[in-house]
Write a protein that binds this ligand. Structure first.
Ligand code: CDP
Length: 233
């Protein structure tokens, strides 16, 4: 087996489908770098919110945000409890997961110039392969030649319940109804935007994990990884 040849693994799917947990667990197990592309869109959104570039009804001042792109530096650091997202050197891991950021992020992620800038950063992270990246357009746009592509889905109700539980466990305010509304709204914006909309790449393997435990989905994914490695010529 070609176990030593690093590959690129793209995991896309709907909001709160569990793709980040799967991607993280796989990366840890096989010693790959993990990049959460959604965290990058969330960090840009937080920057826009802090600088009054988003109205209360989620209208983004695109011109101002695009002009600010040179002032936005995003990075990741590995901490004891996992990877944290840095915005201009500040650890914003907790803040970017809050529902107010979730309620604006898809509106920021439709802006083509923002997408182009973040896609270029994401591609730079992956130049040496040995990477697992999760998001919405990783298999279609960021790494169209990835050796392994997965597309994850589960029902909106299941996904909202998972995210609601996660927010409560982190001590963040949340109601199931608000999270469900956010999940459904983001799915719609992500699927219908013009620039690299959320869709399954033709060569991605579909996983519906509605009725799977975390252990089952991790085992499923590691199996797909071994198959992809075995298929390398
Ligand atoms: O974790 P969750 O599934 O809630 O979302 P996320 O992965 O943190 O991504 C947040 C939002 O960023 C998504 O709803 C998309 O609007 C946007 N996004 C994107 O457009 N393209 C990506 N590659 C990743 C995220």
């Amino acid at each position: 087996m070609n176990n030593n040849i690093p590959i690129t693994i793209a995991i896309d799917g709907y909001s709160s489908s569990g793709k980040s947990s799967m991607a993280k667990a796989l990366a840890k197990k096989i010693g790959y770098r993990y990049i959460d592309s959604g965290a990058m869109y969330r960090a840009v959104t937080l920057y826009a919110m802090r600088n009054n570039m988003v109205t209360l009804d989620h209208v983004v001042d695109c011109e101002a945000l695009i002009a600010s792109l040179p002032n936005i530096k995003i990075d990741f650091k590995v901490c004891d409890d996992g990877q944290h997202t840095l915005l201009n050197g500040e650890d914003v891991e907790c803040e970017i997961r809050q529902l107010d950021v979730s309620n604006n992020v898809s509106q920021v992620a439709v802006i083509p110039a923002i997408r182009h800038a973040l896609v270029a950063m994401q591609q730079a992270f992956g130049t040496e392969k040995g990477i697992v990246m999760d998001g919405r357009d990783i298999g279609t746009t960021v790494f169209p030649n990835a050796e392994l592509k997965i597309f994850v889905n589960a029902s909106a109700e299941t996904r909202a319940m998972r995210r609601h539980k996660e927010l409560i466990e982190k001590g963040q305010p949340s109601t199931y109804e608000d999270v469900l509304t956010n999940v459904v709204t983001r799915d719609h914006i992500d699927e219908t935007r013009e620039e690299s909309p959320l869709r399954k790449a033709d060569d991605a393997i579909l996983l519906d994990n509605s009725n799977m435990t975390i252990d089952e989905q991790d085992a499923w994914l590691i199996n797909k990884y071994h198959e992809a490695i075995a298929n390398l010529k």
